[in-house]
Write a protein that binds this ligand. Structure first.
Ligand code: DCT
Ligand code: MG
Length: 397
């Protein structure tokens, strides 16, 4: 089925559903086999996925299973669960029977079984037992700490740790500077950032950046650009119309108002100046970045929730990422940092398999023509790929 889909133009989903539920084809008298009906694309970048998810009951369950596959480094199963989840998120209707899955792409045996269980019992026993699984619980908890990846989480688990209190009380554990900060502010950081807080952080960052370079621009990206109400961090791209002027900004972060910077780590750019653009295709980008934790004063946040106003602490620790981008690569960086992760993964997969092009956060390389395709806007990148433009709020795949 997926082969016949290729890069084919996706048909309007509601139209497709109408066709699918229709028993006979308008031109023929024979019933239409569902699999012959023009389909939803297998690629997230050819679907519009807003935050209005009609299949949350299924996608919440499938996302937990996908996450567990990531924890176990089972890439194949991760992809199976993640792709099925993403298709369900894009549907303008709720799935209410197994027959409604017919003709949908990426619905393999494993996700189907989960959906069937949920349709029958309202929940999945596989997911329920996973949520009680010691290893899953500990890995989820430990990797939620800033600076803790899978390797560290696994080591702590194998050492017998199950809670953060146990980790924090451990005498012989060594922590990186990042992990120390992550543990120190874990309560605030795991409570998520809301839109008002993201906006307040944006104002602080903008003021700081403009003091360094008056005509530099600061753009909110990540989940907040896709319209999300909450996020685990706030992501900003910083660029400047005059190439090169943006380079010194991050090294002035220590000049942020006294006490604001709880933690920062600058990652230097790994771009080799004489080799830009690079033909090498890389998942991680090469921009100069700063991962930080800011101390956001409650008074700077509009409409602070009432429970926060009566708290003894008048500030909250917020995770912020700053990315420094040269202007020529700005459109690619913006597209890459706007996410979602699954949308990005499918954009790259589509480029590679359907267009023989390599897309990353810096450039698009056409392997057939052996040229780099420049772009000033995200719209131009979609056009280079022969894709309909998808707005940021439709990229919640
Ligand atoms: N990204 C990237 N390269 C990285 C890290 C992230 O291209 N080295 C992309 C993927 C999504 C986007 O940037 C933002 O990343 P996150 O903050 O992890 O995701 P998010 O969608 O903003 O989710 P959240 O709302 O939880 O922050
Ligand atoms: Mg984010």
């Amino acid at each position: 089925f997926t082969d016949s889909m290729g890069a084919g133009k996706p048909v309007d989903i509601q139209e497709r559903h109408r066709l699918q539920t229709q028993t006979t084809c308008p031109e023929q008298s024979d019933p239409v086999p569902v699999s012959k009906v023009a389909a939803i694309s297998q690629y997230a970048c050819q679907r519009r996925t807003t935050l209005n998810n009609k299949n949350k009951i299924f996608t919440d369950a499938l996302e937990i299973l996908a996450e567990n596959c990531e924890f176990n480094e089972n890439e194949r199963s991760y992809v199976v669960f993640a792709r099925a989840t993403s298709v369900l998120k894009s549907l303008p209707y709720a799935i209410s029977s197994m027959t409604m899955l017919e003709g949908l792409p990426n619905m393999e045996v494993q996700p189907r079984a989960i959906i069937e269980e949920i349709l029958e019992d309202g929940k999945s026993s596989t997911v329920e037992s996973l949520l009680c699984d010691e290893r899953y619980k500990a890995t989820k908890l430990f990797t939620s700490i800033f600076g803790v990846g899978l390797k560290t989480a696994d080591r702590w688990y194998r050492l017998g740790f199950r809670t953060l209190e146990e980790v924090q009380a451990a005498k012989d554990l060594k922590f990186t500077k990042m992990q120390k900060a992550g543990l120190m502010y874990c309560e605030d950081i795991s409570s998520f950032v809301n839109k008002a807080e993201a906006h307040a952080v944006g104002q602080i960052i903008e003021k700081f950046v403009h003091k360094c370079v008056p005509n530099a621009t600061v753009t909110l990206t990540g989940g907040f650009r896709r319209g999300k109400e909450i996020g685990h961090d706030v992501d900003f791209l910083i660029t400047c119309p005059e190439e090169g002027k943006e380079e010194g900004i991050l090294h002035k972060v220590h000049s942020l108002p006294q006490g604001l910077l709880l933690y920062y780590d600058i990652i230097e750019s790994t771009m080799e100046k004489n080799k830009i653009p690079s033909k090498q295709y890389d998942v991680m980008d090469k921009f100069q970045k700063c991962f930080m934790i800011l101390k956001l004063n409650n008074t700077l946040v509009q409409n602070t929730e009432p429970e926060r106003q009566i708290e003894s602490k008048d500030w909250k620790a917020i995770r912020v990422d700053l990315v420094i981008v040269p202007i020529q690569q700005y459109a690619y960086a913006l597209l890459g940092w706007s996410g979602s992760r699954h949308f990005e993964r499918d954009l790259r997969r589509f480029s590679y398999h359907e267009k023989r092009m390599n897309l990353d956060n810096h450039v698009l390389y056409d392997k057939t023509k052996k040229v780099f395709l420049t772009a000033k806007t995200e719209e131009e990148i979609f056009a280079h790929l022969g894709l309909e433009y998808i707005e940021p709020w439709e990229r919640n795949a």
